[in-house]
Ligand binder design. Sequence first.
Ligand SMILES: *[C@@H]1O[C@H](CO)[C@@H](O)[C@H](O)[C@H]1NC(C)=O
Ligand SMILES: *[C@@H]1O[C@H](CO)[C@@H](O)[C@H](O)[C@H]1NC(C)=O
Ligand SMILES: *[C@@H]1O[C@H](CO)[C@@H](O)[C@H](O)[C@H]1NC(C)=O
Ligand SMILES: *[C@@H]1O[C@H](CO)[C@@H](O)[C@H](O)[C@H]1NC(C)=O
Ligand SMILES: *[C@@H]1O[C@H](CO)[C@@H](O)[C@H](O)[C@H]1NC(C)=O
Length: 490
Amino acid sequence: MIPRRTIAKLACLILIGPVFIYGIVKFRYLLDAEHEVRQGRMSLWRKTGYGVQSSSSEGEMSPSLYWKRRSASRLVGDKTKENAEEKNVTKLRKEVIMALKKLDIAKKKLHHREILNKYPYTSGKPGWKMENSSENKVGIVNKLHEKIEHSDMQKDEMGLDILETEGEIGNYFDEDDEDIEDDPNLNADVVRAVPVSHVKRYVDEPVDPHEYNYIYNPSHRCYDKDGRPRSVFLLLMVVTAPGHFQRRDVIRNTYGSEDQWPALKRGVFTTVFLLGKTFNDTQQKMIDKEAHIYSDIVQEDFIDTYANLSRKTVMGLKWVTNHCRHTTFAMKIDDDSMINQGRFLWIFKDSSLTNWTASETMLNAPVLRSTTSKYFISEEYYPAPTYPPYMNGPGYVLSSDLVESGYHMALKTPLFPWEDVFLGTCFKKMGFKPVYHKRFLWIPNPQFFTLNSERTIVSGIRPYIVISNLQPNTMEFVWFICKIKLIRPV
Ligand SMILES: *[C@@H]1O[C@H](CO)[C@@H](O)[C@H](O)[C@H]1NC(C)=O
Ligand SMILES: *[C@@H]1O[C@H](CO)[C@@H](O)[C@H](O)[C@H]1NC(C)=O
Ligand SMILES: *[C@@H]1O[C@H](CO)[C@@H](O)[C@H](O)[C@H]1NC(C)=O
Ligand SMILES: *[C@@H]1O[C@H](CO)[C@@H](O)[C@H](O)[C@H]1NC(C)=O
Ligand SMILES: *[C@@H]1O[C@H](CO)[C@@H](O)[C@H](O)[C@H]1NC(C)=O
């Protein structure tokens, strides 16, 4: 008689045994596979220089890359097929490069999604409200962007072909007679500009010899440690108000950073921020800190007000003339403006090194006579119905010789409240006429970003070189979305 206990033991063995053996076999198999993968990876790395030796970066690897590398291990066993292997390895190497590229794009997209999550379109109020933003206008802009999108798709990615939409854009953004309110938070230090009353006419204004003292002057900015001039391709002069700390940070992380322009061979991009004096001590203390950390603050002791913007531009021209004369180009840009990296460098393709500008040039721009307009100028003060040709203020590029001659002319010209018109006046006196550059600047309504789909937004901003009137969160978004659209999966 077999004891019942033994039967139970046997039954257990029969049931559990196979599972146990299967487990061991599987475990061995996994160990082998792991070994094989390690071997393969090492060998691939030795042969091609691709792939990482340590397994700690496994988390970074895409599954397809993992399997590519794993299959690579199969190639190295048989020494008699060396040549065929070489060919396969070359092919594999190409695939690995491809996979790495795809991984890179995926990471960038992920980063973009993070930014989108951080700054959804719908969060935050628009910076200013349009008094007359009817649905009709939204309809027009949608149609306009559909048209651009459609037409862009048929064109070369980088093509600078122009659509017949200038007129429509002009219609939509004709906000001349509207009183646009400043966002009280963003522009607390902005004073509405009205020409001073004790001077009857612009031509009778005294010239300003611009004898202000620097509070901060990063005069080493365009030189290296040994005092040799750095090869500077573009000096960005960012016009910013003392309180705009967030905007300056966004710019330091986007177009204002040298690291963001790695492919540049003709020299670096470097950035300075232009500020006047503030009476807010808390603010000045924060600026002190900023200036010490980044060494990119140029501050003079004229009062920083909206009406003093022309003085700020003169300060920028003066600083470049004295401390960065060797730059190839200089660009004045407002701190609410963003550069479209995908288009930007193309403006330099056929650029001359002297006597050259790029901007949205305003020709025969009317002087605004409506007293409610932010840009009101009275007839007594400035009788001419139109302004001289000028480069629209949010962003313009100058060859460095024009910076210098513009600066010297500015010291002999009465200041005008609008800095862009002022520089236009100086250029007119110099006999220089800036050329018109189509699709240089776009000033969208903030609602454009809240009311439209991502696709419409992307196709709307992509044709332009500078996009202005943006909130800090939208600035970052515009930068990354233009960057992402630049990188196409291969
Ligand atoms: C090279 O790859 C092909 C398929 O891609 C395969 O059939 C062939 O066996 C490989 N040759 C060697 C030597 O591994
Ligand atoms: C909006 O503009 C139209 C003309 O463009 C004008 O007739 C209308 O009165 C304006 N509405 C408001 C609320 O200002
Ligand atoms: C001074 O500046 C700080 C920082 O920008 C700001 O929070 C504060 O409200 C300002 N004070 C006044 C009186 O404007
Ligand atoms: C511009 O700055 C100067 C010099 O600090 C100052 O005297 C003047 O009041 C300022 N003008 C305006 C309109 O703020
Ligand atoms: C620059 O252009 C102006 C006309 O726009 C011309 O008169 C002047 O001679 C040019 N200067 C140089 C250095 O080419």
